[in-house]
Design a protein around this ligand. Structure first.
Ligand SMILES: [Zn+2]
Ligand SMILES: [Zn+2]
Length: 310
């Protein structure tokens, strides 16, 4: 199948919301993943379970995939790392993928390499070294260490595309990062999983698009109440515990306002919203806190930004 090669070279910043969901499986949204394509560069931020399938369905030019940035190592953000490596290699990627992330990324990457080692050997034995060069089909880990936990660190700078990592508060997961991506005057920020902090506001400043995580405390509490009535104590604990290290949509709206962002896209949408009524409840009250454009993220949404600078 033909891939979208032409978007690599059209001078625009292309952003694809690959996975707009959170950790709870549902039919509408897979786990977190965002693709960024500009000037021959193709990177992914997070690669949650089910997301690589959407990369394929969008026909993105995976032979050019060169880096994956992980915000942290909760399973909903890393589950398809092995698939991304294996399938883009089999489809013609001729260079390794660098996996950037907080300290600990070596352990995660080495584990995926080990899990896929036998399959890599099968592919080479079956198709031959020229077709699937073994040295290309690997992941290389690159830990990011911030010199100062309040400052962002430039961790990727190629062909005008820059990626900065900054620390977020997803305690007890530490460190956890958000990423700020810049290309020819446009700014995209991806919060990762976090609560709202002053440091987060600082690094989201003046973004053209802010992809903010959002979980609805109201909807989760409704679910917890129902679970309590039927004595599903494990579900009650999970639905309650997750609220202490995530933002709700109102916090995301306040963040967007304070950081003066132009467009807010809500991602990591939790709990699953399976009808318009729950979507309205999820978004309720946001317009009282942010008067810019708000988008309820959906899988495979596309955003194209024209360059502001030559
Ligand atoms: Zn998550
Ligand atoms: Zn998380």
């Amino acid at each position: 199948m033909m891939s979208l090669e032409k978007i690599l070279w059209d001078n625009k910043l292309h952003v694809f919301l690959i996975g707009s969901g959170g950790p709870f499986n549902n039919e509408k949204r897979v786990a977190p993943c965002i693709a960024i394509i500009a000037n021959g560069e193709f990177i992914l931020v997070d690669i949650g379970p089910g997301s690589y399938r959407n990369v394929d369905l969008l026909r993105l030019p995976v032979t050019h995939l060169n880096s994956i940035f992980l915000t942290h190592f909760h399973s909903d953000h890393i589950g398809d790392l092995g698939e991304a490596n294996m399938m883009s290699w089999v489809n013609g990627r001729m260079k390794p993928i660098t996996v950037h992330g907080p300290e600990g990324v070596d352990k995660v990457v080495n584990g995926f390499i080990m899990a896929y080692e036998l399959d890599s050997e099968y592919r080479v034995a079956h198709h031959g070294k020229d077709f699937v060069p073994p040295e290309a089909g690997v992941l290389i880990s690159k830990p990011i260490k911030l010199k100062n936990c309040n400052e962002r660190e430039l961790c990727f700078d190629r062909n005008g595309l820059k990626v900065f990592a900054f620390e977020v508060n997803h305690f007890p997961i530490k460190p956890a990062f958000g990423y700020r991506i810049e290309y020819k005057g446009n700014v995209i920020v991806i919060t990762g999983d976090t609560i709202k902090t002053d440091n987060l506001v600082k690094h989201c400043a003046d973004a053209d698009i802010l992809f903010s995580e959002a979980i609805s405390y109201d909807l989760l509490n409704n679910l917890a109440d129902s679970a309590r009535r039927v004595k599903l104590t494990r579900a009650v604990k999970l639905l309650t515990d997750i609220q202490d290290y995530h933002m709700d949509p109102i916090a995301a709206a306040k963040l967007a306002k304070e950081a003066r962002v132009k467009k807010l896209v809500l991602v990591h949408v939790t709990p699953p919203l399976l009808n318009p009524k729950t979507e309205n409840l999820f978004l309720k009250g946001i317009d009282e806190h942010f008067d810019g454009e708000v988008v309820l993220g959906e899988d495979r949404m596309k955003f194209n930004l024209n360059p502001k600078e030559i």
